[in-house]
Design a protein around this ligand. Structure first.
Ligand code: ATP
Ligand code: MG
Length: 573
């Protein structure tokens, strides 16, 4: 696998899939029609990798004036649930894509699939095998040795049809028989060595109920789903490359039988998304949730799309990311920093600026009258004056960041220390006069005097040249809120991968690479305008990063803020 950080690319860069589509449009293969699909199995929550596939499939349809289908590949009765169907629909919609009327369920095609299977039997292209799964595996051969024919391979069409119908009618136990395509047990491609296409499963299906006792295998069902929906370009990840010959064999055989018109859908493979500092494997995600390493499927640290949404990641950020990383045929790792940067870029454009003090220390303006207050004004966005300004109340007691005061300043420190002058951002210039301490010597408050003619926005303000600029919240007016500082869930770029110095022959547990600092919760002081911030509203807290109002735990008047991403990449070495 190669290692690269993609550079910014033009909004619509060409790639090998776009080239295929454009060639098809030139040759008139599909009369200019472009129809793609996103085919999740409803057995889990969507993750960042799915976002790549969604942006690719829906994006191509948008770009070429076509359509993208949302199809639930629900051919496996045991693992699928309505809960996942609902969550997937919500996630794709959240990403901003529209399937129009093209919402499909593979299970709605079970009758057609069954007819296809009977047809293959009738033309001698499928047979019922009564070997056990282990026996079938044993005869399949290896990469270097051909397989051997099953003793049941030459059953007559009549016998095959009779057995298959009785399989359908529930006469046999699970595993007693399977239906196999009859291709070539000596094929160098193991996937063409008479793959199983139907099996007996006496299970209740989330949509079909108990109508079926036989279910199609994924490799049989998927090409048929594409052909029924007249998909033009069936885009999937690289692990299906070796399945393509079977995909083509099956659809060609069914086209011969008049089931589908030509041209037939074309399978095109691309490299799946691998992201540093992230695990995308369903098994590992389930383990993280089940063992309580995170707070649930929508934990903002999980790479699920419901987690991303809670984290404050934006649909536009995901689209930008998908465009920037592009698609290729070679597996590679994308630095998580690329995704974070895409979110930052979008948030920088849309997030209004606010003031929050995360590690509060009291600042007392000793020459400002008690009980008095006045308004300062701050722009909502430095580059977008049309977004207007808001009031920041100023009063005698303020909250500032603890790190903005040093009793004994280090070299180069320009913020508050006794004798120094700084500007309170959007407010007055102040001169620090000292501090107060408790019995243990801990600093409990900073003392300062303000210069009444220095207020930002007034003519006198420019007379003062100071190096330090400190943000603040009026203690009497601000709101105290919960802030959750989220960071990468893993502290190592390849969680669970072996590293130099690891003992030979020993696996590393990906859980050992969890970042113990991936979540910190604190009580912060924020400016009054944030007290009633709506769920999912996004802000830049000046100097601190981008934050979103948590859509689950916030209450009116008590917003909880999640840090989406820091202002700069703090992980860069
Ligand atoms: P499973 O192992 O259960 O099949 P899956 O992650 O492949 O899990 P699906 O529901 O089958 O889940 O995936 C739906 C679509 O998303 C498929 O077309 C699949 O190729 C694509 N997809 C899944 N993971 C990634 C990834 N990491 N990068 C890009 N596309 C992905
Ligand atoms: Mg899959």
């Amino acid at each position: 696998m190669s290692h690269h950080t993609p550079k910014d690319s033009a909004p619509v860069a060409s790639n090998f899939i776009r080239n295929i589509i454009e060639e098809d449009n030139r040759s008139g293969k599909w009369s200019g029609r472009v129809e793609t699909r996103f085919p999740p199995e409803p057995n889990g929550y969507l993750h960042y990798g799915h976002a790549k596939s969604i942006c690719l499939n829906f994006g191509l349809a948008e770009q070429y004036g076509g359509a993208c289908h949302l199809r639930f590949d629900d051919t496996n009765p045991e693992k699928e649930e309505q809960e996942y169907v609902d969550a997937i629909i919500e996630a794709v919609r959240w990403l901003g894509f529209d399937w129009g009327t093209h919402l499909y369920f593979a299970s709605d095609y079970f009758d057609r699939m069954y007819e296809c299977a009977e047809y293959l039997i009738r033309v001698g292209k499928a047979y019922v095998d009564s070997l056990s799964a282990e026996q079938i595996r044993a005869l399949r051969g290896t990469l270097t040795e051909p397989g051997q024919n099953s003793p049941y391979r030459d059953r007559s069409v009549e016998e095959n049809l009779d057995l298959f119908r009785r399989m359908r009618d529930g006469e046999f136990a699970d595993g007693a028989h399977v239906l196999r395509a009859k291709i070539d047990m000596a094929s160098p491609n193991i996937n063409l060595r008479d793959p199983v296409i139907y099996r007996i499963r006496k299970a209740v299906h989330h949509r079909a109920g108990n109508k079926w006792c036989v279910y199609p295998m994924y490799t049989f069902a998927h090409p048929i789903e594409d052909a029924i929906e007249r998909i033009t370009h069936s885009i999937c990840t690289l692990e299906f490359e070796d399945q393509r010959p079977f995909y083509d064999w099956l659809l060609d055989a069914l086209a011969e039988g008049g089931f589908f018109p030509r041209p037939l859908p074309q399978q095109i493979e691309f490299a799946r998304l691998n992201l540093t500092y992230v695990v995308l494997s369903k098994r590992k995600l389930i383990q993280l949730v089940d063992e309580g390493h995170v707070a649930g499927w929508d934990d903002p640290r999980l790479p699920t799309l419901i987690g991303a949404r809670r984290r404050g990641y934006t649909p536009e950020g995901f689209r930008r990311f998908a465009e920037r990383i592009g698609v290729s045929k070679a597996d590679s790792w994308i630095d998580i920093g690329v995704l974070e940067e895409c979110m930052r870029e979008h948030l920088n454009e849309v997030a209004e600026r606010r003031v929050a003090v995360l590690d509060p220390l009291k600042l007392i303006i000793t020459n400002y009258p008690e009980g008095q207050s006045e308004r300062c004004q701050a722009p909502n966005h430095p580059l977008k004056p049309e977004l207007g300004k808001r009031d920041l109340p100023f009063s005698r007691e303020l909250w500032i960041e603890r790190e903005d005061f040093m009793e004994e300043p280090v070299k180069g420190y320009h913020r508050l220390y006794p004798g120094n002058m700084v500007r309170l951002r959007y407010g007055f210039v102040i001169r620090c006069t000292g501090c107060q301490k408790d019995a243990n010597g801990n600093i409990t408050a900073v003392l300062a005097e303000y210069l009444p003619d220095s207020k930002s926005g007034t003519p006198g303000a420019d007379n003062y040249k100071v190096k330090g600029n400190v943000h603040w919240v009026s203690a009497a007016h601000g709101c105290q809120v919960e802030v959750r500082l989220y960071d990468r869930l893993f502290a190592h770029p390849y969680p669970g991968a072996r590293r130099d110095g690891d003992p030979d022959g020993q696996e590393r547990d990906f859980l050992d690479d969890l970042n113990p600092e991936s979540k910190r919760t604190l009580r912060a002081w924020v400016e009054p305008s944030l007290g009633h911030a709506r769920p999912e509203a996004r802000f830049q807290f000046e100097r601190h990063g981008y934050f979103v109002v948590d859509r689950v735990d916030s209450r009116d008047g008590a917003p909880v803020f999640n840090r989406t991403v820091t202002l700069k990449d703090t992980w860069k070495k």
